[in-house]
Design a protein around this ligand. Structure first.
Ligand code: BJW
Length: 232
C-alpha cells in the first residue's frame, strides 16, 4: 500500500500538557489579555511596551526547565523521521516544543504564526534570535541601522508565514491530521475544507473543534494519549 503525502496541523492544545496556556479555553490567554491590546499591529503601534511585556512574559515561561516537549510532540517527531512520503508539520504555535522534539530548523516544520524565540527588524524584516528581555528599540544587525525590533509572530490582520509552501504541500496532500486547535483562526481553519474530497482528514482534539464536522474522522481526548496512539 502506498504512503500518502501528509500534512499535520497543530495548535496550542498540543502544548497544553507541557504547561503552556491555550488561547480560547476558559483559562486561556485571551481570558486574561484582550486581543486588541496585545495581538494586532495597531496594538504594537499604540503601545509597544505593553506588547513586548506580553511576549516577554511568554518567552520567560518557555525558558522554564519544567516546560518540555510532551509525548505528542515526540510522537510527531518520530513520525516525521520515518514517513517515506512528503511530510509537512504546519504549526500555529509560536513555542519551540516541536523544534526541540524534531531538532532545530527541521526541514519538515513550518511555524505559520512565527516564533516566540525570534525578533524581526521593523525596518528590513530580518529575523534573529530574540536578544534577551529587551523592551524596545535596540539596534538591528539585520540592516545595520538603528531601528526597533518586534516579536517575529503573526498578529491578526497579518499574512501568515510560508503560505506558498503550505499551498504547494496542499496540492499533493492525501492525509491531513489536525491536532489541538479550535479551528477558529483562518487561514489555518480553512485547510480542512480546502482538502475535502482530495485527502483523508482527521481531527485529534480535546473536544470537537469549530470545524469538527468537516473532518472524515474525529477523535477526542488529550493529545498526549491520542497522538502517540494514532501515529503508532
Ligand atoms: C487540547 C488540549 C489537550 C486543549 N489535548 N487538545 C475568514 C477567512 C480568512 C481570514 C479571516 C476570516 N475572518 C477573519 C479573518 C481574519 C483572522 C481570523 O481568522 N479571525 C478569526 C478570529 C475569525 N485571521 C487573520 O488575521 C490571519 N491572517 C489572515 O487571514 O491574513 C489574510 C491572508 C491569509 C492567507 C493568505 C493571504 C492573506 C492571521 C491570524 C494570526 C493569528 N495569530 C495568533 C497569535 C500569534 C502570536 C501569539 O501566539 O501571540 O495565533 S491568535 C492565536 O490563535 C494564535 C494561534 O496560533 C491561533 C489559533 O489558536 P489555537 O492554536 O487553535 O488555540 P485555541 O486556544 O483557540 O484552541 C486550542 C484547542 O486545543 C481547543 O480546541 C482545546 O479544546 C484544545 N485542547 N487542551 C488536545 N491537552
Amino acid at each position: 500500500m502506498s504512503v500518502p503525502p501528509l500534512i499535520v496541523l497543530t495548535g496550542a492544545g498540543i502544548s497544553a500538557e507541557s504547561g503552556l496556556s491555550t488561547f480560547r479555553d476558559p483559562d486561556g490567554l485571551w481570558a486574561r489579555h484582550r486581543i486588541e491590546d496585545v495581538a494586532t499591529p495597531e496594538a504594537f503601534a499604540r503601545d509597544p511596551a505593553r506588547v513586548h511585556a506580553f511576549y516577554n512574559m511568554r518567552r520567560a515561561q518557555l525558558r522554564d526547565p519544567a516546560i518540555r516537549p510532551n509525548a505528542a510532540h515526540h510522537a510527531l517527531a518520530e513520525l516525521a523521521a520515518r514517513w517515506p512520503a512528503p511530510f509537512l508539520l504546519v504549526t500555529q504555535n509560536v513555542d519551540d516544543l516541536h523544534d526541540r522534539a524534531m531538532g532545530e530548523d527541521a526541514p519538515g516544520l513550518l511555524h505559520m504564526h512565527g516564533r516566540l524565540g525570534h525578533a524581526r527588524c521593523l525596518r528590513c524584516g530580518a529575523t534573529r534570535p530574540w536578544p534577551g528581555d529587551l523592551s524596545t528599540g535596540t539596534p538591528c544587525p539585520g540592516c545595520g541601522r538603528a531601528g526597533g525590533m518586534r516579536p517575529d509572530v503573526v498578529w491578526f490582520g497579518e499574512v501568515p508565514l510560508g503560505m506558498e509552501r503550505i499551498e504547494a504541500a496542499m496540492a499533493g496532500c492525501r492525509l491531513f491530521i489536525s491536532i489541538g486547535t479550535s479551528g477558529q483562526v483562518y487561514p489555518a481553519a480553512g485547510l480542512v475544507s480546502a482538502l475535502r474530497g482530495r485527502a483523508r482528514t482527521v481531527e485529534l482534539n480535546l473536544e470537537p473543534s469549530a470545524g469538527s464536522r468537516l473532518f472524515d474522522e474525529a477523535r477526542h481526548g488529550p493529545a498526549t494519549a491520542l497522538v502517540p496512539e494514532f501515529v503508532a
